[in-house]
Design a protein around this ligand. Structure first.
Ligand code: COA
Length: 143
């Protein structure tokens, strides 16, 4: 089940963010509480639940088309939550009027392979050596 995040979800979301084995947050101060609150209150912030427990989350920026975060608890990987979260975020970006979404991710990761399989195209490397991916959004994505 996919639903909007609430303030009560943040402890579990934080635990998932800190528990991933790839795309680890090297410096937690780079993500501020203000940013997290902004995504929840003003942008796109969704969680996936399995048996009543949050197992993954995604954040996207309806103003810029950026998928800012997509994280699934390693214990719940390969159950389709990443796909479901991403599809839901892309539907909201398409509904907000975007023809294209973009994101960055570490190279050589499960996420890189996941995005390539799902139609994302590499545009080169960012200044911090992340892969910059774009994906066209069809109107059908808006659901
Ligand atoms: C990348 C990431 C989000 C993928 O999440 P996930 O929940 O494992 O993704 P999915 O389960 O949707 O898909 C992964 C694969 O699992 C398998 N899978 C999906 N649903 C399945 C199911 N119901 N049963 C069995 N296998 C399944 C498929 O092989 C799928 O491959 P496909 O995409 O070609 O169909 C997750 O691995 C992650 O959080 N990684 C660490 C953090 C990270 O790098 N995030 C990205 C930062 S930008």
């Amino acid at each position: 089940m996919i639903r909007k995040a609430t303030p009560d979800d943040h402890a579990r979301i934080h635990a998932i963010r800190m528990g991933v084995r790839e795309n680890i947050l090297s410096d937690p101060s780079l993500v501020t509480a203000e940013e997290v609150d902004w995504y929840r209150d003003h942008a796109i912030f969704l969680v996936a639940e399995e048996a009543g427990e949050i197992v993954g989350f995604t954040c996207a920026n309806h103003q810029t088309g950026l998928v800012w975060a997509l994280f699934v608890d390693p214990a719940h990987e390969a159950h389709g939550h990443g796909r479901a979260l991403l599809d839901a975020a892309l539907a909201e970006l398409a509904a907000a009027g975007h023809a294209q979404a973009w994101l960055t991710t570490g190279s050589g990761t499960r996420a890189e392979r996941f995005y390539r399989r799902h139609g994302w195209r590499e545009m080169g490397r960012s200044i911090d050596e992340q892969i910059v991916f774009i994906r066209a959004l069809a109107q059908e994505d808006a659901g």
